[in-house]
Design a protein around this ligand. Sequence first.
Ligand SMILES: Nc1ncnc2c1ncn2[C@@H]1O[C@H](COP(=O)(O)OP(=O)(O)O)[C@@H](O)[C@H]1O
Ligand SMILES: [Mg+2]
Length: 278
Amino acid sequence: MDFFEWFAERTSDGVNKRDLNDEQKKAIAATKGAVLVAAGAGTGKTTMITAKAAYLIKEEKLKPERMVMLTFSHDAANHMKEEIVKILPEARDIVANTFHSFCFDFLKNHSDRTGITEDFQVLAEANAEFLMFKELNIPASRVSNYINTVQRAKDLDISQKDYEGYISKLESKLKESLSGVSSLDEEASRIKVKINTMYLEPQTKSLKEEKKKLTALLDLYEDLEKYTSFLKGWKGYEKLKSNKKMLDYADMIKMVIDYCQAWGDDELADLYDYVIVD
Ligand SMILES: Nc1ncnc2c1ncn2[C@@H]1O[C@H](COP(=O)(O)OP(=O)(O)O)[C@@H](O)[C@H]1O
Ligand SMILES: [Mg+2]
C-alpha cells in the first residue's frame, strides 16, 4: 500500500477517509535538503508535518530518536508527538520539544562549557518583572518595558557594550553642545526652567529659535538619562539572574547561538538526521 493511502486509513474517523491534498503530499515527499512551507493558518501545515514525520520513519527508515520536532508551545509539541505515535507507535522516541526547552537541555548537557548546571531554572517574564521591581528598586511602571527591551536586545544580538557605546556617543554630543558646563544635571534643570518661563518673554523669532534649540538639548539629555538607567537596570538584572541560577527565555536561545559560534555547530548537527519546525 502506498504511504498516503496508509496514512488516510490510519487517520480516518471510521466513516470518511481523509486524503492529504497534493500540496501536502509534495511537501511530505520532499525529504532531501531544506523545505520551507509557507501557508496560512488552518491550511494543514501541522497535519502535513505529522504525516511527514511518519513518512520519514516508515518509508525512509529514519530512526525516531534521530529526529527532532520543534515548536513554540509545550502543548503544540506534545500534541504533535501524540498524533504521530497514535498512527505509528514506534515513533515514540522522536524528540518533540519547544525551542526554549530544547536549548535549555542542550546548555545543561554541556555544563562544562556553558556553566549551566542541572539546578538552573527558567525565569519567566512576569517573575522577572517582579524581581526587578522588588530587588533592584526599579519603578513598577518601567519593569515591563525593561524586560521586553532586554529580551529584544538579546534576540537581536545587541550587547550591553553596544548600549555603552551609544550612551557615550550621546554623552559627548551633549557635552559638545554644552561646552564649559560642569554638571549636566544642573544644566538640564536650568534649561527646563528656562523653557518653562519663556512664555513670559516677548515671542520674538530669535526666542522661538532658542526654545527649539533648548528643547532639542533637553531631549538629548533625557535620552541619555533613559538609556543610562536602563543599562544599569539590565546589569542588575543579569547579576540577579546569575546569583539565583536562572535563565530567561532569550538567554536560552542566545546562549546556544553563542555556543555554536564559539565551539562550532557540528556537535549539535550530529545529534539529529532531520529537523522539523512548526
Ligand atoms: N488534506 C486535508 N483534508 C481535510 N482536512 C484537513 C486536511 N489537512 C488538514 N486538515 C484539517 O484542517 C484543520 C487545520 O489543519 P492544521 O494542520 O492544524 O493546519 P495549520 O497547522 O496549517 O494551522 C485540522 O482540523 C485538520 O485536521
Ligand atoms: Mg499548525
